[in-house]
Write a protein that binds this ligand. Sequence first.
Ligand code: FVH
Length: 286
Amino acid sequence: MTDDAKTPVSIIGLGLMGTALARAFLTAGHPTTVWNRTAAKADALVADGARLAPTIGDALGSGGVTILCLTDYPAVRELLGGAELAGTTLLNLTSGDSAQARETATWAEKQGARYLDGAIMAVPSAIGTDEAVILLSGPRPDFEIGALGTISHLGEDPGLASLYDVAGLAMMWSILNAWLQGTAMLKTAGIDAATYAPFAQQIAVGVAGWLPGYAEQVDAGAFPAEVSALETDARAMAHLVEESEALGVNAELPKLLKAMADRAIAAGHGGEQYPVLIEEFSRPGQ
Ligand code: FVH
């Protein structure tokens, strides 16, 4: 049953994610129109109450907000290239980088569309729950899409959602890689991954707690060594490199960490605290 008081939505792109988005809207009672290049992927949604748009133009013209969830930005531009966009509201939840988001925003606005960019920080099975975080950037949304999860509008710059998306990926992969490094080392002593995981989790949670204080140092551009100096940390990094090599596990990641600290120390920052490495992270790598 659809509820006419709810924002009408059109979903363009019914891959794994687009299908989950459409299903969440249907479940919440939004009038839901769908379109997909391979039309058969719409069958189950149509059976459950979605309206199949016969053309892209029809999907764009059905009012409310049109949500794009395609493989990449070139696919979005190819698909919308010849379409009439004047008067439409577009929300592009396709993954990409901030330059693609800004370029697409400029292009769509020139065609007369209201354009928001977005990033989905969730897997399809989480869509429709609070755990699904959807980041938006561009003009403040004038539609209601809370059925998808936790919606966060980051600001007017359309590139912000993509930037936060990749910054989140940096966190995710850094934590996972650090955990895998420790897991590989402990495996050499017969400790299995499940035994190490709770300890690793405790460290990750503890370090996460340092972030607000360290962020204050980064924003102030002042890095007094209140807890530990970088040169002390670098000595511990040397232990990590040496231990990895001695155990015959991969030492590339520990060496990278140490190389960055060594450069900062060579530049005179050895007596300052770890966040001084922001200077290394803020310029192109070597
Ligand atoms: N799946 C996930 O867990 C992640 C979570 C984080 C965000 N992503 C992003 O969501 C976008 C879509 O991902 P997806 O998983 O739905 O991807 P697919 O299942 O491969 O579906 C791709 C859809 O795109 C359509 N498509 C591709 N190229 C074109 C084109 N040139 N013209 C029209 N449609 C196109 C494709 O159509 P079809 O192959 O079914 O005909 C699918 O509908 C993506 O940016 C993720 O990074 C998901």
